[in-house]
Ligand binder design. Structure first.
Ligand code: RM4
Ligand code: MN
Ligand code: MN
Length: 395
């Protein structure tokens, strides 16, 4: 492929590529065992917006910030005017709305699958509040992660719990306005260790279908068993028109929430390839979101690394010669097909990405620009005292 053809393909792909950041990725978050506090971590929603604004200023492709209702809107819809102000001030919009059905003591035996009808009603109420918040903020996606499950065989009725879930997700769907979608996330285990009510993409897709036409599946790349072929799941969801979006992170063992591409960049490339093969014009309908927690690395730095890694891997996937590949696949020329495919993965796209940034008046190297800006030193100064006595909430 000629250099100018490469540039053309990469520029076209990058012009359409945006990735949303999680508000909780800027706060001090914990491991299962404790929290290591960082002096520069965001201690308020205002600081989360400020950090997100800084990342977006330097990368130009991350204008949305996912919000977590419990952590970011403790007063529910009453917090919306403050969020609108922050959006304006920092040039970042409120992104997906994430209800929280996993922290309250009442949810010990489940939220929307709890055998107690009153607790299920409370969970539904929180979901409806989240729909309302999404409506008022003009946010498209409600990302639902249900932590429900059980720890010992025979202690819960898996079947009854499916029925309760269907009922509640249906009621949430009814409350959506036309522009809203609900994304259903799945996860095989943790916090439950025997059965999880939405454990895999099959369960998620079925629940989404039953809930209604505006429901889709959310693929968190960390929520799979070790050897699972995630791009095949993505291909199936695209085929069924049920792919709502991603929570990107990487993992070595389980739901590690490590930086995207830090362990297996080839997998991210393979996922992007499926999307670009099937739905290059529908990319805007797929929510690319980050869901990571950086316990050891600086948070703003790690977020910039992630955004740039996603962008570079997307650019590499854009370089696959899909016409040629289709021919090679059809005639079963396996080695040539594989070389055509992974040849794109091995391309160093960084010079193209840098040139793309330069044309858009963005820093060519966002991470270096961050280091030169003094931003991290400034927030360290401003926040270290507050962080020394940080509270106990997860984010
Ligand atoms: C879960 C899941 C959710 C995220 C929480 C904090 O494992 O990935 O999407 O909101 O963690
Ligand atoms: Mn997630
Ligand atoms: Mn997770």
């Amino acid at each position: 492929m000629h250099e100018h053809e490469k540039a053309k393909r990469i520029y076209k792909a990058l012009d359409a590529f945006r990735i949303e950041m999680p508000s909780w990725g800027f706060a001090n978050t914990g491991t299962r065992f404790g929290k290591f506090l960082q002096p520069a971590a965001a201690t308020s929603l205002e600081e989360k917006f400020a950090d997100a604004g800084e990342v977006n200023k330097l990368t130009g492709i991350s204008p949305d910030l996912a919000l977590h209702v419990e952590w970011d809107l403790p007063n529910g819809a009453k917090d919306i005017p403050a969020i609108r102000r922050l959006e304006k001030e920092h040039g970042v919009r409120a992104g997906s709305i994430n209800p929280n059905l996993f922290q309250s003591q009442e949810y010990k035996y489940g939220s929307i699958c709890n055998p107690d009808a009153e607790i299920r009603a409370k969970a539904l109420d929180h979901l409806l509040t989240s729909v309302e918040i999404g409506k008022q903020l003009g946010s498209r996606d409600l990302s639902i992660w249900i932590a429900d499950g059980s720890n010992y065989p025979g202690t819960q009725s898996i079947r009854r719990r499916i029925e309760w879930m269907q009922e509640i997700l249906g009621a949430v769907h009814t409350a959506l306005c036309r522009e809203q979608r609900m994304l259903i996330e799945y996860k095989p285990f943790e916090p439950a260790f025997y059965h999880t009510d939405i454990a895999d993409w099959g369960m998620a897709v079925e629940l989404a279908r039953i809930a209604g036409p505006q429901a889709r599946v959310l693929v968190d790349t960390g929520h799979h068993y070790q050897a699972q072929n995630i791009e095949q799941i993505v291909a199936w969801l695209l085929h069924l028109d049920m792919l709502g979006g991603f929570h990107f992170n990487d993992r070595r063992y389980a739901d590690d929430d490590l930086t995207l591409g830090s362990i297996d960049p080839y997998q991210v490339f393979r996922i992007f390839h499926e999307i670009l093969t099937d739905a290059p014009d529908k990319v805007a309908e797929i929510a690319f979101m980050i869901d990571q927690s950086h316990n050891l690395k600086g948070k703003v730095e790690a977020m910039i690394q992630t955004v740039c890694t996603a962008q570079e891997l997307y650019a590499r996937a854009a370089l696959v010669d899909r016409e040629l590949l289709a021919e090679l696949q059809q005639s079963c020329r396996l080695v040539e097909a594989e070389e055509c495919f992974r040849g794109a993965f091995w391309e160093d796209v960084r010079p193209f990405v840098k040139a793309w940034r330069k044309e858009r008046k963005l820093p060519e190297e966002p991470l270096r620009a961050l280091a030169e800006s003094g931003y991290v030193e400034r927030i360290t100064q401003e926040r270290q005292e507050k962080n020394a006595c940080a509270g106990s909430s997860y984010a």
